[in-house]
Design a binder for this molecule. Sequence first.
Ligand code: ADP
Length: 258
Amino acid sequence: MDSGVVVDFAHLGVTYANGVVALSDLSLTIAADQAVCVVGPSGCGKTTLLRVLAGLERATQGGVQLSRPATLAMVFQQGLLFPWLSVAENISYGLMTRGATPPQCRAAAREWSERMGLQRFIDAYPHQLSGGMQQRVGLARALAVNPDVLLLDEPFAALDAQTRVLMQELLVDLRRQGLCRSLLLVTHAIDEALLVGDRVVVLSARPGRIIADVTPQVAHSQSFDEIRAQPAFMQAFTTIWQLIRHEVEAQLREEVIL
Ligand code: ADP
């Protein structure tokens, strides 16, 4: 494996027990410090890809390899916080399970709650938080273990439009600060993929195969508004949308014929 590669999916295929072929012959590498976003039509196998990397689903063909023992952490669409734990305890949960001492856990919870603007809520419980705040806690919990690869499954899809943009900006800002290294983000939102990703991988309709691997030529140092106004952003958005639209239309035609 190339020394700069952290994750290597090789000829990955996943067929579920009910016969659904979710992924077929998919090869994809993620380099160190690279943010890869995966987009594609609904049901094309995006979540399955993430779950194979997380060890939650088994490959039925090919597989995935890590270049070295790597720490992975996952952020789900719904925060999936522990309702009986406080914000501080949720944030430090991953550290605690890895053997960190109570003072280390408290220090990490303080540090991450400050980074995430959650200082005032450190003793609150998940049900006392808005959806956006819950996702901040989920992100803090994942990043507190300093993962080599952060996996995000539609992390902002359940949030309102304004909160979603703020969370996307937060994620990009954390990467700029070097607090979030390699990242694999699955989303159906093309703009999110282009704003967050160094690379955007486009999957076909099920079974998901890679039909494009786009490196957006946008300056990530700029604000989101400036990035959105760039011709390169609009061009990449249109190209990816046309590809996905073609896949969805082909799938619909097939369903009508069947
Ligand atoms: P996406 O994230 O792109 O929407 P998924 O990876 O969730 O797609 O699912 C891909 C396909 O596999 C879908 O058709 C879905 O219904 C099916 N699928 C997902 N999980 C299972 C499962 N545990 N058993 C059977 N089929 C599944």
